[in-house]
Every structure is written in structure tokens, then in C-alpha cells.
Ligand binder design. Structure first.
Ligand SMILES: Nc1ncnc2c1ncn2[C@@H]1O[C@H](COP(=O)(O)OP(=O)(O)OP(=O)(O)O)[C@@H](O)[C@H]1O
Length: 253
């Protein structure tokens, strides 16, 4: 099967003062891949995701997103069709009803006012209801979002992605604040949505176990560089030990 490149990192470098966060990273990501970014704290995972999303500007190098330089996307709207982001805090508006937060996924396409008044448009409401059903939250549709649990709020964020339908989904520690059962629940839904929608997923994770279970490829970062980049089934325990080993603790005393 021919593999289409959807994202290309071309010598991405970023420093903060004297600290190098990303040292000339280059790799390709193909359509449909589920990529877990792992590695010790401070390795550069969040910075990498932020350079794709355009939240952090690299010092040099560039991302090619769906065949076009990221900086060449002139409108936020065009970019939002390509790239959607799920953040740790989910970016939900707590005072709004759940369904309004879901419809905010159409924000890029419609603008704020139409998104907020979108319940007046029955077809759009249907889309949001279907998305909420997909994540098992149809009974919470009209509740105030802030009253939902962390796991439920993360599922609202997933429903919002379902209506936004970006080709590439970025997620920074998507389940960090959830207990193990809820984390697995959210990852399982996340992973099947991405597969069904033929999207590409790139997520940073602290849990190697989840990376192995839900992702097809693992890119490990260490000290701002790629430490390994392998299909999940080729990632050995030895590599993981080496990745997380603390400097100076090499087992010789
Ligand atoms: N805005 C910033 N200002 C200064 N230094 C920063 C900034 N953002 C990141 N860094 C530094 O860049 C390096 C990479 O940070 P980053 O947050 O990308 O790592 P990470 O792998 O996501 O870590 P964690 O797993 O702890 O979230 C770290 O040394 C961090 O201190």
C-alpha cells in the first residue's frame, strides 16, 4: 500500500535561552499513523507539538503540513481543517452547555457567533448529538460543562474533534489528569475515532504502556533529539530502559 506523507519535520530547531529544546529534528509521518511521543521530562515533546500547532515558532527548520509549509497557511480556518489540538486542559468553556463546546469545533469554519448560536441550525445540532453519542455522553448534552468529571470533559473534547474533523490530531498528554480506568477508556475511544475517520494522531505520553497499547509508532525524544523512532512492535524493554535511565546511573555501582 502506498503511504502518503501528511507531515514532515524538516530540521526543526528550537532553543530557549541556552537550553536546546529541539535539535534539528527531521522525520516523516504518514497518513493514518498513530504516533506516540515519549521520553523523559524536558526531552522536548511539548515543544515539538507546539511547533506543529504554530504555538511556538522554531528558530530554524519547518513543518510541511499536508504538502504545504505550515507558515504558508494564510488563514486559521484552512489550518484548522488540517490540524486539531487536544490540550491537557481541554480548552473547554466551563460555563457553556456541553453541546455548545462540541459545536465550538466548527468555530474555525463558522466564527464564534454562529458557533454559539448553532443550536438554531438543526443539521449542525444533529452532527453534535451524533458526536456526543459516539463518546457516550448524549445524556449530558445540556449540562454545564464544568459540572462534568475530568474524564467526561476529555470525552467532550473528543466529540468536538469529531465535528472539527481535522486530518491531523495533536494531543499533549491527553490522559495525564485521569485515573487509569478513565485514561484507558478515553484512549480507546480516541484511538478508534482516529482510525474510523482516517485521521493521523500524534500524542505525547508519559505512559509507555499506553503508547504500546494504542499507538502504531513510537518516537522517543531524549535531550532534544530523537533517541529512537520505531514501529511499536519493535520497541524493546532495553530501549525503554536506556531512554529513561538517569544520567550517571548506568548500573555499574
Ligand atoms: N517557554 C519556555 N521557556 C524556557 N524554557 C522552555 C520553555 N518551554 C520549554 N522549555 C524548556 O525546553 C525543554 C523542553 O521542554 P518540553 O516542555 O518540550 O519537554 P517535555 O518533553 O514536554 O517535558 P514534560 O514531559 O515534562 O512535559 C525543557 O528543558 C524546558 O525547560
Amino acid at each position: 500500500m502506498e503511504r502518503t506523507t501528511i507531515l514532515e519535520a524538516n530540521t526543526i530547531t528550537k532553543t530557549f535561552g541556552k537550553k536546546t529544546a529541539l535539535s534539528s529534528l527531521s522525520f516523516f509521518i504518514h497518513k493514518g499513523e498513530k504516533v506516540a511521543l515519549i521520553g523523559p521530562s524536558g526531552a522536548g515533546k511539548t515543544t515539538l507539538l507546539n511547533t506543529i500547532a504554530g504555538i511556538v515558532e522554531p528558530d530554524s527548520g519547518e513543518w510541511i503540513v499536508a504538502g504545504k509549509r505550515r507558515t504558508d497557511y494564510k488563514s486559521g480556518k484552512a489550518f484548522a481543517k488540517k490540524v486539531g489540538v487536544i490540550r491537557q486542559q481541554f480548552d473547554l468553556v466551563g460555563q457553556l452547555a456541553v453541546i455548545h463546546n462540541v459545536l465550538a469545533g466548527r468555530l474555525a469554519e463558522w466564527g464564534l457567533v454562529k458557533s454559539l448560536f448553532s443550536l438554531l441550525f438543526p443539521r449542525d445540532k444533529e452532527m453534535a448529538v451524533a458526536a456526543l453519542k459516539r463518546v457516550g455522553l448524549e445524556d449530558k448534552m445540556v449540562e454545564e460543562t464544568s459540572t462534568l468529571s475530568g474524564g467526561e470533559q476529555q470525552r467532550v473534547a473528543l466529540a468536538r474533534l469529531l465535528v472539527q474533523k481535522p486530518e491531523i490530531v495533536l494531543a499533549d498528554e491527553p490522559v495525564a489528569s485521569l485515573d487509569p480506568a478513565r485514561a484507558e477508556d478515553v484512549l480507546a475511544i480516541f484511538s478508534s475515532i482516529v482510525t474510523e475517520e482516517n485521521q493521523t494522531l500524534i500524542a505525547s505520553l508519559h505512559s509507555v504502556e499506553y503508547a504500546r497499547k494504542y499507538f502504531t509508532r513510537i518516537i522517543a525524544l531524549k535531550d532534544s533529539k530523537v533517541f529512537f523512532d520505531l514501529p511499536t512492535d519493535q520497541v524493546t524493554d532495553q530501549l525503554l530502559d536506556d531512554l529513561y535511565k538517569l544520567e550517571g546511573s548506568d548500573g555499574h555501582g
